[in-house]
Design a protein around this ligand. Structure first.
Ligand code: HMG
Ligand code: MG
Length: 315
């Protein structure tokens, strides 16, 4: 059978030719884990991810250990880990103390994280949206003055565990504000994975209609309802070329009840391969990495693609 070129299958679609994956496994993937994970195991995960061809790794967060105990070792992790050339290693920062720690550890990129609803903002970072933006503007300026790259996040863009539906207008306004304060990119998080292809399309339509620079947007999907890949395909079709994902589908936010894992990096890579979109990562090596951390956590790999590839290899 003669296969059609991919462009004919997807005629009318506006897919990017290259996508950057932001690997959030060591941070978003592990932050909600109740079991102890040693510093050595975290270092090994970051080391293995650094061998996969992935170019951006969110390795930890400098948040209060009272709020997120699993990230308490981030400072030591950043002080100890070997940074591979050509890879950006980033960390989440909620306040001045977090930024000071990032600067002291020589972190090159920080991520500030806002929320689309007041209740989530209060529950996650103990302040209102307006207070967070005021604080982030100051942190962004300081970080940029220190030569750091600054990324912005918005949580709950497609639904909130406390307030339900979210109006795309608030996402548009917040994205613009984060970009205006100097974030090179704003990652839109479906924190509890309730979005559908329809609601994802409505959000990006609103953003584009209001001239938010789509090349400065990233999409961050959780797979609670199994819709993450469909939603990512919608985002790609709007020209979004940065996708957050977590190896082995690890993840969840401790302040988002019901949030399951992030979309698995392996599943996203498999989809991108099928679309002929380049990403620079070696899927087979990422699968090994996901199997490693799943074994550490003593649980099955949550990636369907990883399991299929592993089974095929052993069969
Ligand atoms: P607070 O309680 O208002 O802060 O929390 P505080 O200033 O009163 O400090 C409380 C204690 O924490 C104090 O210790 C501080 O020193 C300490 P004590 O004096 O009681 O011993 N503390 C810190 N320690 C280390 N590093 C720091 C730090 N700051 C304070 N940076 C705060 C406010 C923002 C600190 C807190 O709410 C917090 O840490 N929140 C972070 C929550 C979090 O990490 N959530 C998960 C990440 S967001 C996410 O997953 C969503 C995302 O993936 C997108 C998506 O999925 O859609 C990004
Ligand atoms: Mg997340």
């Amino acid at each position: 059978m003669q296969l059609m070129p991919i462009s004919q299958y997807y005629s009318g679609m506006n897919l990017p030719s290259n996508v950057t994956i932001v690997e959030v496994g060591p941070r978003d993937g592990l932050q909600n884990e109740k079991q102890a994970i040693s510093l050595e195991e975290k270092l090994e995960l970051v080391h293995r991810l650094s061998q996969t061809g992935l170019k951006v790794i969110e390795a930890g967060s400098f948040v209060s250990p009272k709020w997120v105990p699993q990230m308490a070792a981030s400072e030591t992790l950043f002080q100890t880990m070997t940074r591979a050339p050509g890879i950006r290693y980033s960390a989440l920062v909620p306040n001045q103390r977090g930024l000071d720690t990032a600067i002291a550890c020589g972190v090159e990129e920080v991520a500030l994280f806002a929320a689309a609803t007041e209740t989530f903002s209060k529950t996650n970072i103990n302040c209102s949206i307006a207070e967070s933006l005021q604080r982030f503007a100051d942190l962004a300026k300081q970080a940029i003055d220190h030569g750091m790259r600054v990324r912005g996040y918005i949580s709950c863009v497609l639904g909130c565990p406390y307030e339900g539906d979210v109006n795309p207008e608030i996402v548009t306004q917040l994205s613009q504000q984060l970009l205006d304060m100097g974030c090179y990119e704003c990652s839109l998080g479906d924190t509890i994975g309730v979005g559908s292809a329809g609601s994802t399309e409505a959000m990006f339509e609103h953003l584009c209609a209001n001239n938010v620079a789509v090349e400065k947007l990233a999409f961050h999907a959780h797979d609670t309802y199994g819709q993450a890949l469909a939603n990512i395909l919608v985002a790609l079709n709007f020209g979004v070329a940065t996708i957050d994902a977590s190896v082995a589908g690890l993840g969840g936010c401790p302040y988002a009840k019901g949030a399951s894992g992030n979309v698995a990096t392996e599943d996203v890579l498999y989809m991108l391969n099928g679309l002929g979109i380049s990403h620079g990562a070696n899927l087979e090596v990422v699968v090994e990495c996901g199997n490693y951390i799943s074994a550490v956590l003593n649980r099955p790999n949550q990636s369907r693609a990883a399991n299929a590839i592993t089974q095929k290899r052993s069969g």
